[in-house]
Design a protein around this ligand. Structure first.
Ligand code: ATP
Ligand code: MG
Length: 283
């Protein structure tokens, strides 16, 4: 096909603009089909945090779209857990902005922060279950963010609907048969599964996991990660997880963020990274 005059005179800028506004693809009839624009669940801009004058990180910026899974990696003490705590508004940042599910975390009121956290589920390194309570009561407590008050401290006070959704969450993690067992009678892998049920029971939009498999043996750790991501993908939940396991970061993350040297020098799609490149972050 012969090029027309107008196509020859397209500038580089025109080409870039065309690429940005071009439809993602055409359907069988040739009609233009636009890729859906996913909501941005979280945006961090130029975030800085120090403790007693000691800088931990600065100039950290990234965004997360709905349904995306991002792994945060980095050596001990680089500020991974601190970053998550800033995102949840549990500790104040020094500079920058944090937008989570439409809430401006740094200026939100305590009621605003509670409403935001009610849409987030957290699984931490140690499951943090209440040891003397039953498995079911621990999962019911996952609803406290949305339904604060004594009724959601224990399954025996909880309304039937809450008990039912807690049982459904336990079924999803394969532990419905242990609903009445005390939490301190569970294995490490079972405890993490209950922690996942507790994080999911309120149907969060964002799931946060801080080294969810750190206390597990490799096989149990693999099972927990598979389950966590199966459920997260099924429910279309946005996930942020911290991991020291490079294979986990690459396998389960769509993107990997790396903290080092007081900043975030790495933000890349997992498929474009190798394990060797990630190990370089720990040197
Ligand atoms: N409340 C606090 N007061 C003072 N210093 C703190 C506080 N919390 C964390 N730190 C310090 O901030 C730094 C970052 O800690 P953080 O727990 O975020 O690191 P991390 O990347 O999660 O490490 P790890 O991989 O060991 O979990 C560390 O030097 C830690 O000692
Ligand atoms: Mg940590």
């Amino acid at each position: 096909m012969q090029a027309t005059h107008s196509s020859i005179t397209l500038s580089v800028t025109d080409l870039i603009v065309e690429t940005l506004v071009a439809p993602a693809r055409s359907d069988q009839t040739g009609a233009e089909v636009f890729a859906p624009v996913l909501p941005v669940d979280l945006r961090v801009t130029r975030l800085a945090k120090s403790f007693s004058g000691t800088p931990i990180f600065k100039d950290v910026s990234f965004g997360l779209s709905r349904g995306e899974a991002v792994a945060i990696v980095g050596a001990n003490g680089t500020g991974k857990s601190t970053l998550l705590r800033c995102l949840m508004g549990l500790i104040p940042a020094d500079a920058g902005s944090i937008d989570v599910l439409g809430a401006d975390v740094r200026s939100a009121s305590s009621a605003g922060l509670r409403a935001m956290r009610a849409q987030m589920g957290l699984v931490s390194q140690k499951h943090n279950l209440v040891p003397r309570l039953s498995v079911l009561s621990n999962v019911v407590q996952g609803l406290l963010g949305q339904k604060p008050g004594i009724r959601h401290w224990s399954q025996s006070f909880a309304p039937a609907t809450s008990r039912e959704v807690a049982m459904t969450a336990l079924e999803k993690v394969g532990l419905a048969h242990l609903a009445n067992r005390r939490a301190d009678r569970l294995s490490g892998g079972q405890s993490q599964r209950v922690a996942i049920a507790r994080a999911l029971v309120g149907q969060p939009k964002i799931l946060i996991a801080d080294e969810p498999t750190a206390s597990l043996d490799p096989a149990a750790g693999e099972d927990v990660m598979d389950l966590f991501f199966d459920l997260a993908r099924q429910e279309g939940v946005t996930v942020i997880f911290i991991s020291h396991n490079i294979d986990h970061a690459l396998h389960y993350g769509d993107r990997v963020l790396g903290l080092a040297d007081g900043g975030m020098p790495l933000d890349a799609r997992a498929e474009s990274l190798s394990a060797a490149e990630l190990r370089g972050l720990y040197d």
